[in-house]
Design a protein around this ligand. Structure first.
Ligand SMILES: C[S@@+](CC[C@H](N)C(=O)[O-])C[C@H]1O[C@@H](n2cnc3c(N)ncnc32)[C@H](O)[C@@H]1O
Length: 280
């Protein structure tokens, strides 16, 4: 993966591949030989590090959206200018040290799209735990981390660019991107993990709050899309209030899962299970 992203789902694509396949395909053949369910367009309203998009590599058009404008600017630059982005990022990585990190972090008024995108990627790869957090002036304020490796080749940037060629990559709220879904589109939904009892713990430093009301509204919007015939996969914390939002009577299947070999903790430091809720 190019980005480190809090809540990234590459573990899901490695350890729980069956989620991306229909019951029929699981019964009739080994899912490794059967790419995934059939769908028209792929829609991911909370894109983040985009692990599931990378796993599925949709052949058709996609809508990839996130509320984080720097993240979306980065993906658009990767799609349109992979070679320039690669060399600009390499320059940062070659110069990396503590002073350089803080010098680049302070440059928050760049206008050139490639420079903005390479700064975003450089800070993401070298900051503490790949966290994205901004202050009240919308300035990135995460301290330096201890990772110094950047083993990605120019060819990989070009591969990503090809993968993104048919994607519409947009900076917008989930309410807008999900409203574009139609019958037989696949919507993969990985919202911030907010529950009724821990609303403020996950996204508290981000300029864009996602609270319990948003979590409820999301489920209502998805229920409407369920009725319209979209294929939907939702990931979330395994929590009774979250489960209640997706009524099994309406065709939602609840599949609690553990991250194999990885301890997942919520903001209170407790181990938690996650859940996949899907309608196919
Ligand atoms: C759990 S992360 C997604 C992780 C992603 N699936 C991955 O593999 O890296 C949640 C994402 O939702 C975005 N987000 C938060 N509030 C949002 C909103 N109201 N609309 C759209 N995106 C939002 C955040 O910027 C963040 O990138």
């Amino acid at each position: 993966m190019l980005l480190k992203w809090a809540g990234g789902k590459s573990w899901l694509t490695k350890n729980h591949k069956q989620i991306f396949h229909s019951q029929d395909s699981l019964i009739s053949r080994a899912f490794n030989n059967h790419p995934s369910i059939e769908y028209k367009r792929y829609i991911e309203p909370f894109l983040g590090g985009g692990a599931v998009f990378k796993y599925l590599k949709p052949n058709n058009e996609s809508i990839l959206a996130d509320i984080n404008d720097e993240l979306i600017g980065f993906y658009n630059c990767l799609k349109n200018n992979p070679t320039e982005l690669y060399s600009s990022t390499q320059k940062h990585m070659n110069a990396h040290c503590k002073d350089y990190y803080y010098k680049i972090r302070a440059k928050n008024n760049l206008t050139d799209e490639t420079k903005k995108a390479s700064r975003f990627l450089y800070l993401n790869r070298t900051c503490y735990n790949g966290i994205y957090r901004v202050n009240s002036q919308n300035e990135f304020n995460v301290p330096i981390g201890d990772s110094e490796d950047f083993n990605v080749s120019e060819e990989e940037f070009i591969e990503y660019s090809k993968m993104l060629a048919k994607a519409d990559i947009i900076n917008e709220d989930f309410r807008i991107s999900i409203s574009k879904a139609k019958k037989n589109d696949l919507i993969f939904v990985d919202p911030p993990y907010v529950t009724k009892s821990n609303e403020s713990s996950f996204d508290m430093y981000s300029a864009n709050q996602f609270d319990w009301n948003a979590q409820k509204e999301l489920s209502q919007i998805l229920e409407a899309k369920n009725k319209e015939g979209s294929h939907i996969i939702v990931t979330n914390i395994y929590d009774k209030d979250i489960c209640k939002l997706y009524d099994k009577k309406n065709g939602w299947q609840h599949k609690p899962i553990n991250r194999a070999n990885v301890m997942a903790y919520n903001a209170d430091g407790k181990k938690y299970k996650e859940i996949v809720i899907k309608n196919f």
